[in-house]
Ligand binder design. Structure first.
Ligand code: PEP
Length: 223
């Protein structure tokens, strides 16, 4: 199972060092199925027992892109994994930027966690599947380092995960489109994780709030 933690705009370099030390210790050895996306100012240069990913980047090696992070900056920290399409970033750009990022990340061999998800209005108008299919139309669903995270917007950060039947139906549908690992994200926590991980085609979870404290993230990983 894949366990990914999106720390968003939480943690500093010093607090993330403590987070990473505890996670390293709990893992014992390198595990490619544990991914953590810290804020970029907290990237660690030293070896870690998990995959350190970036929450955002700009599709460039380096250059005149004020405030952005390019490949050269990621390389310094050995970052080989990128998060693309998170709903909190989709509001800041359009599909063409997302496609630009995906194509760049693929060209440079990054592991990509690609987020998709519908809002409540789309769900209530029974348009979820066609909406998700459209979100996936701009990327290569056969890319071997791709992971797709289904994150319904209405369940992110609310404390209430999506209905299990709804998640099942969506993952069943996504599995007809691609063979890459499928994750669920949206208010995953101690009380629902076991059931979520039993859903057919669910190969793991992307966790926000419940992974902010390292001891909670470790508990979720260890079951
Ligand atoms: C997320 O932001 O990707 C997420 C899943 O957050 P939360 O777990 O807090 O819903």
């Amino acid at each position: 199972m894949i366990f990914a933690a999106n720390l968003k705009c939480n943690h500093t370099r010093s607090s993330f060092r403590i987070y990473a030390d505890a996670l390293n210790k709990a893992m014992g050895r390198k595990c490619d199925d544990i991914i953590v996306f810290p804020p970029s100012v907290a990237f660690l240069e030293n070896k870690v027992n998990f995959v350190q990913g970036t929450q955002n980047f700009y599709p460039c090696i380096k250059g005149s892109f004020t405030g952005e992070l390019g490949k050269e900056q990621l390389d310094e920290f050995g970052i080989g994994c990128v998060l693309i399409g998170h709903s909190e970033r989709r509001v800041l750009g359009d599909d063409s930027l997302i496609k630009f990022k995906f194509d760049f990340a693929k060209e440079h061999d990054y592991k990509i966690v690609f987020c998709i998800g519908e809002d409540l209005k789309t769900k209530n108008s029974a348009k979820t599947l066609e909406f998700l299919e459209k979100q996936l139309q701009i990327i290569d669903l056969k890319y071997e380092k791709l992971i797709i995270a289904y994150e319904p917007i209405y369940s992110i950060g609310t404390g209430v995960s999506a209905d299990f039947n709804d998640i099942s139906k969506v993952l069943e549908f996504l599995a007809t489109l691609t063979k890459v690992p499928l994750l669920y994200g949206g208010s995953v926590n101690e009380t629902n994780i076991k059931d979520i991980l039993t859903i057919k085609h669910c190969k793991g979870v992307l966790i926000g709030s419940a992974a902010l404290k390292v001891e909670n993230f470790i508990k979720l990983i260890k079951g």
